[in-house]
Write a new protein. Structure first.
Length: 242
């Protein structure tokens, strides 16, 4: 049994489509399997709307895809529900429209221009009108975890020592410490993104696949068989060892 996973997308539709082509070629050799998207579909990159459209279209035609909720997806959905609300995982000095977060680029992909320079209330009204209701419903309904075989897929990580069913959504989409430095076995390999690194890295108890697409790095895909992991490259599968 194998499972594919794709790291934090952040609006990079072109890279996402290339990885799906690469996965399709691997499936032709090894058999079909679910494809898990680890979250952060939106923000920072140029085509968040296109990413959401692509994934929704795949679901509509019955693709065996899983799309998890990332913190950026949750912030976007929250903004469209109440633009004055603050995500509990976000530091109080920031908002989703802060230049470091990427909300401005997401709204631009929906045709809402110059979002960082406009009064908040009329901007929010325009944003709500510009984002299709189907997109809002899709983002709001994204699950926060998926388990298959020996792997648990979440966006950010888990609270160590807490059963999966007892994890909070905020931890699943926002956590870094104490998860990143915890070396204990979590009962399954935790596959996550959220913390940007250079290349997919296997730490024994967890696998980080956020290879910094949000910051100019590549989007990455991996194949997981039990606890064996392979980076899916143009040259084929390359084993990733702890």
């Amino acid at each position: 049994m194998h499972t594919y996973a794709i790291g934090d997308i952040h609006g990079h539709l072109d890279q996402l489509m290339r990885l799906h082509d690469r996965i399709a070629a691997d499936q032709a050799r090894h058999g079909s399997a679910p494809i898990v998207h680890i979250g952060d579909l939106v923000d920072r990159g140029p085509d968040s709307r296109g990413v959401v459209d692509f994934l929704m279209t795949g679901f509509a035609r019955g693709e065996d895809w899983v799309v998890l909720k990332g913190n950026h997806d949750r912030m976007f959905a929250l903004y469209l529900t109440d633009y004055t609300a603050q995500d509990p995982g976000l530091r109080s000095e920031f908002s989703w429209l802060h230049p470091r977060l990427g909300g401005v680029q997401t709204l631009a992909s929906y045709g809402v221009k110059n979002a960082g320079e406009r009064p908040l209330a009329p901007l929010a009204r325009e944003a709500i009108a510009a984002v299709p209701a189907s997109h809002r419903a899709f983002l709001a309904a994204l699950p926060t975890s998926y388990q298959r075989g020996d792997a648990i897929f979440v966006h950010a990580g888990i609270r160590p020592g807490v059963a999966l069913q007892d994890q909070t959504e905020t931890d699943l989409v926002w956590i870094r410490e104490p998860f990143l430095s915890d070396t204990r076995d979590h009962g399954a390999l935790v596959v996550h993104g959220h913390t940007a690194i250079d290349t997919p890295t296997h730490y024994g108890n967890r696998l980080n696949i956020d290879s910094s697409a949000a910051y100019g790095g590549p989007l990455s895909a991996v194949v997981i068989e039990g606890r064996d992991v392979f980076h899916l490259t143009e040259a084929g599968r390359i084993a990733i060892h702890p």
